[in-house]
Design a binder for this molecule. Structure first.
Ligand code: 5GP
Ligand code: MN
Length: 338
């Protein structure tokens, strides 16, 4: 869905505006990359723009925000609420439902600001005046490149912006291998390299920055992986005790779920991660082929996402959540065996 009057936006951006840029909770490379890129372009045009993230983001992405400008809502909700209510424009990037930003959602909804959504997830809500939503896009970062290009602002792309966008495209496409990686995606990457993104360096920063604890945590998750041959499913789980033992930090479990999917014959993979503070089990789902994990998560675990990558959560115990998952599989036997 595209509901974006570019001419109108262009003239809106001609005078200085107060702008807030927001990624989803637990932001990933695509969310942080797209926010930093939009924020930098807007600042270069003379706007008073800032990024408010619902909560903190992983260490391996901190280099993108090299001047430590991203504000965390959780740490200072009152001043963030002021920024949100005084904003003229709010960009919501890499999500399409205000429930994805936690308690901030209500304040964004109430703000008089015009909202702009750029996103590639299924089933967008209609809170935004300007909507650029396309489930066939590899990443929000790719869409942000197209958006900048439509506004005739590619000359504003610095090497910082190019690197931020490259990161989001790289992480959301699983390093350019997921089905939505198109020739256009590669064209965008080519332009970003010309603007100063260094793919080798970004790969090292994102993927070769593991703590030893993270590798031990992965080893623990792998050795306890459960394979359900009948339903072509593999899943892993980590309790809070496991996480504490290996000194877990935000982002450490990113990518773990893909190991299940890498096993020959497996079509559906999941990881269940206990979070004692939030009193939830956070779940990631991945699939290959036609099995729709967006729907699976939406219908059973309060979540959503894409057809082959989605997330959700459960308020039951780790044991009961896994039991519920196991009991659901026979219902999907047909889809899983196709
Ligand atoms: P991940 O498993 O990497 O956290 O997320 C996979 C995809 O699903 C991402 O695109 C993410 O934005 C989306 N996602 C993750 N958790 C949730 C959730 O709780 N609700 C919804 N609607 N989407 C989610
Ligand atoms: Mn994304």
């Amino acid at each position: 869905m595209i509901n974006m009057d570019i001419k109108e936006l262009k003239s809106l951006l001609e005078t200085s505006k107060k702008i807030v840029v927001i990624p989803h909770k637990n932001p990933d490379g695509d969310a942080i990359g797209s926010c930093v890129a939009i924020n930098e372009v807007l600042k270069s045009l003379g706007h008073k723009s800032l990024i408010i993230s619902p909560n903190n983001f992983p260490e391996f992405l901190k280099w993108i925000d090299d001047e430590n400008e991203i504000i965390t809502y959780e740490k200072n909700p009152d001043s963030c609420n002021n920024h949100i209510s005084e904003a003229d424009l709010i960009f919501t990037l890499d999500f399409n439902s205000l429930s994805r930003i936690g308690p901030m959602g209500g304040f964004v909804k109430e703000s008089k600001a015009s909202k702009i959504m750029i996103d590639h997830h299924q089933s967008p809500e209609d809170y935004a005046k300007y909507i650029y939503s396309d489930v066939n896009m590899s990443s929000t970062c790719e869409m942000v490149y197209h958006f900048i290009s439509k506004l005739s602002l590619t000359d504003r792309i610095t090497s910082k912006i190019a690197s931020a966008l490259y990161t989001g495209i790289m992480t959301d496409t699983g390093s350019f291998k997921f089905p939505l990686t198109t020739s256009i995606t590669h064209n965008v990457i080519s332009e970003l390299i010309k603007k100063g993104a260094n793919g080798n360096k970004i790969n090292n920063l994102v993927y070769d920055n593991n703590s030893y604890g993270k590798i031990l945590l992965l080893s623990h998750a792998l050795s306890n992986m459960v394979i359900n041959v009948e339903h072509k499913t593999a899943y892993m789980y980590l309790s809070q005790v496991n996480l504490n033992k290996y000194n877990f930090k935000k982002g450490d479990t990113e990518g773990f779920v893909n190991y299940g999917l890498s096993i020959k014959g497996v079509k559906f993979a999941a990881i269940f991660i206990e979070n004692e503070v939030e009193k939830i089990i956070k779940i990631s789902f991945r699939s290959k082929g036609i099995f729709n994990v967006n729907e699976f998560s939406r219908n059973n675990f309060n979540g959503g996402g894409h057809i082959n990558a989605a997330g959700g959560f459960s308020k039951e115990s780790l044991k009961d959540t896994i039991l519920k998952f196991e009991n659901l599989l026979p219902k999907y036997k047909v889809e899983l065996s196709r």
